[in-house]
Design a protein around this ligand. Structure first.
Ligand code: SAM
Length: 465
């Protein structure tokens, strides 16, 4: 189906039309590569919340026009695309709308659930049944003991006080209704869980909401309406496989994917396990395992942040080896990543990934720079004032003979990167100072910390069991 047909919600702005016409009629590989130079990657003012993209907030998601561009330019219907860090499934939704098969992977169980619901069409009969069930919420009975039990188990954080007895009561009634669908109505059970999770997100973000039941019903209505629209638009729904696994060890066969499009975590930027703690709590999801294996997370190596950098680089090298393994030869791998900051030092992740690429069978085709609109909810304020990101466009030229689990190889490549970084910091310190200036001595300590991180590298880069 034609994109212009699909995007009925795009409101025909000139910039959007210009973008769409750029993608049209591109035939050869070299024309597709050229087209990348003519796209205005800032996508300023573009419509981004359409169809199932609306279902659930997700920090640092990318805007749909990025995966859309790569899908249109580098794949044909029935090709397969992969997003190994799929988050809330932005690239999977675009693959679905363009009738491409897709594989989405994310270690965050909430991300996997949101992604699944966004790309699963549900029969009308089931949606009507869900509507009927939603009307029974007020009849659900919750005992004071159940409320106490939930209250006792809430995470020990200040923010838990939002979940007063009456909030727990309202949420428990909704959960009880959803539970009744678990056995025989899996798809609408999952829709219910996403609507509940999105309601909890609003409660946490807004420090409480007035009418929880009403907010939940509105979420359900919106999800059903968008799924119906999607059903009308996509005539042959493609296959979509969602995995909740580790991007460093993908459960995907070799040489099956035509395009990888992904935005991996940034170092030191966001801890998704922490952000989604309450959602996962209410959905009975275990966030312990995800916390341990989350890439780039704050909770690792608190005493020396440069040890977190070595761990991050090793994790990302392993993830890139896996991307290479599952891709077909000549396929495109587009990695969207921004800079971050560690102890006042600028971390240019795209430069590190660029150094990895030729070592593992990729050719660098292009590096695209884009501004991010920080007012939109697509970025994290945690990474400071940095408001730009890069799209690294790689092409698989050969299969990497080394598996992602090879610690010796990972140590060798990451050591080289860390030594380059050390040289840079030795000559200039404080490349990413925002706000109050640290003392010169404080900055000089970074030199020692980096040296320490290099010493610990062979141990720190090992994957946790
Ligand atoms: C920047 S977000 C991706 C957002 C996504 N592009 C979207 O539009 O929603 C990075 C994702 O990496 C996931 N992640 C972190 N560590 C991971 C790991 N070891 N394996 C797989 N996914 C991981 C996080 O849960 C998060 O969803």
């Amino acid at each position: 189906m034609d994109y212009e047909h699909i995007q009925t919600t795009l409101d025909g702005k000139t910039s959007e039309n210009k973008f769409l016409s750029l993608l049209k009629g591109v035939k050869s590989f070299s024309e597709s590569l050229d087209a990348l130079d003519h796209i205005d990657w800032d996508f300023s003012g573009f419509t981004t919340q359409y169809l199932t993209h609306k279902f659930h907030s997700y920090p640092a998601r990318f805007i749909p026009q990025i995966p859309l561009s790569f899908i249109r330019l580098f794949t044909k219907p029935n090709d397969s695309i992969l997003d190994p860090f799929c988050g809330c499934g932005t690239s999977l939704v675009e693959a679905f709308l363009h009738e491409r098969n897709s594989i989405g992977n994310d270690f965050n169980p909430l991300a996997a659930l949101i992604s699944k619901v966004k790309v699963t069409l549900v029969p009308q009969k089931e949606l009507k049944y869900l509507q009927k069930k939603v009307k029974t919420i007020d009849k659900m009975e919750i005992s004071p003991t159940e409320i106490d039990h939930i209250s006792e188990r809430l995470p020990s954080r200040k923010i838990s006080s939002i979940f007063s007895e009456s909030v727990i009561y309202e949420l428990s009634k909704i959960k009880e209704m959803i539970q009744s669908l678990r056995e025989n109505h899996r798809d609408i059970f999952d829709i219910g869980r996403i609507a509940l999770s999105s309601t909890i997100w609003s409660i946490v973000e807004n420090n409480g909401v007035k009418d929880i039941g009403n907010l939940f019903r509105k979420r359900i209505d919106m999800i059903m309406e968008e799924l119906r629209s999607m059903d009308r638009l996509v005539s042959s729904p493609p296959d979509c496989l969602i995995l909740s696994g580790d991007a460093r060890k993908l459960e995907v066969p070799d040489d099956v994917v035509k395009l990888v499009i992904t935005s991996p975590p940034y170092v030191n930027a966001l801890d998704y396990y922490r952000i989604h703690m309450y959602n996962m709590f209410w959905l009975d999801m275990d966030f312990g395992l995800f916390r341990k294996h989350e890439i780039g997370a704050h909770s690792h190596y608190v005493a020396n942040r440069f040890r977190l950098l070595t761990e991050y680089l090793a994790d990302m090298l392993r993830a890139m080896i896996e991307m290479n393994r599952v891709m077909k030869i000549e396929g495109i791998c587009a990695i969207v990543v921004g800079n971050s900051s560690l102890e006042y030092e600028l971390i240019e992740s795209y430069k590190h990934f660029s150094s990895f690429a030729p070592e593992i069978g990729f050719k660098i085709q292009k590096t695209i720079y884009r501004n991010i609109d920080t007012k939109r909810k697509y970025t994290s304020t945690d990474i400071g004032n940095i408001d730009d990101e890069y799209i690294l466009v790689l092409q698989k030229k050969s299969s990497c003979p080394i598996p992602s689990t090879d610690n010796e190889f990972v140590t060798q490549i990451v050591s080289k990167e860390m030594e380059k970084f050390q040289k840079q910091v030795n000559s200039v310190q404080g490349t990413s100072i925002t706000g109050r200036k640290p003392t010169k001595e404080r900055l000089r300590e970074n030199i020692e910390r980096i040296a320490e991180a290099i010493t610990h590298l062979p141990k720190d880069i090992k994957m946790k069991k």
